[in-house]
Design a binder for this molecule. Structure first.
Ligand code: E4P
Length: 212
């Protein structure tokens, strides 16, 4: 499974760049960074050599196509993110025809994911944490989408989004999702285990006692 980071914070991206396959951003994350949209995307593209999602901030298909085409010109790795609406999927179809990769975002049902695949999406982003927040099991949605895409051999990749904890990542991998995009805190937690720390401390202490 590919691992992406879900952030617009450059230092977080630098910290984990060695294990990252890509980056996702959204307007909220860009706003939190306090920086200009284009500047952030350009800088991220210099750090990670993989798909970098940049989201449109318009609502009609013609506007999204126009904005998406401009975003794609920032760097060859930019993937244009559009919302899973009728207009967004129309834009997805047109942008894909032009050879621009599209990430269909804000996906909360298997049928939305099916429509995104039929519109030529490069990746689809089901938001599992936000489903968990309203009492639906987000990971069930990943299972449904992976099954449907497999049944019909859709090439659209399943990018698990709105990830809140390491269990989300592990189960997404067990299900067979293509990509998981995680906030820095989740990536950090994936590295850690109490027994690793205890074991390392013992090895370091014992190493000092080895005869010279
Ligand atoms: C996906 O690309 C989104 O940026 C993201 O995963 C949203 O997650 P949130 O629900 O934590 O805001």
């Amino acid at each position: 499974m590919k691992l992406f980071i879900d952030t617009a914070e450059i230092e977080e991206i630098r910290k984990y760049a060695f294990i990252l396959d890509g980056v996702t951003t959204n307007p909220t994350l860009i706003m939190k960074s306090g920086r200009k949209f284009e500047d952030v995307i350009q800088e991220i593209c210099k750090i990670v050599d993989g798909p970098i999602s940049a989201e449109v901030t318009t609502l009609t298909a013609p506007e999204m196509i126009d904005q998406g085409t401009k975003l794609a010109k920032i760097h060859k790795n930019v993937v244009v993110k559009v919302p899973c609406t009728i207009e967004g999927l129309k834009a997805c179809k047109e942008l894909s025809k032009k050879g621009i990769k599209v990430n269909v975002t804000l996906v909360f049902s298997a049928n939305q994911a099916l429509l995104a695949a039929k519109s030529g999406a490069f990746v689809v982003s089901p938001f599992i944490g936000r489903l968990d927040d309203i009492g639906q099991t987000g990971l069930d949605l990943i299972e449904e989408i992976v099954k449907i895409y497999k049944n019909y051999n859709y090439k659209t990749q399943v990018l698990v989004a709105s990830v809140r904890n390491p269990i989300h990542v592990k189960v997404a991998g067990e299900i067979g999702a293509d990509i998981c995009t995680c906030p820095a805190a989740v990536i950090d937690a994936m590295f850690k285990h109490a027994l690793t720390d205890v074991g390392l401390q013992k090895f370091m202490d014992d190493a000092k006692k080895v005869k010279k």
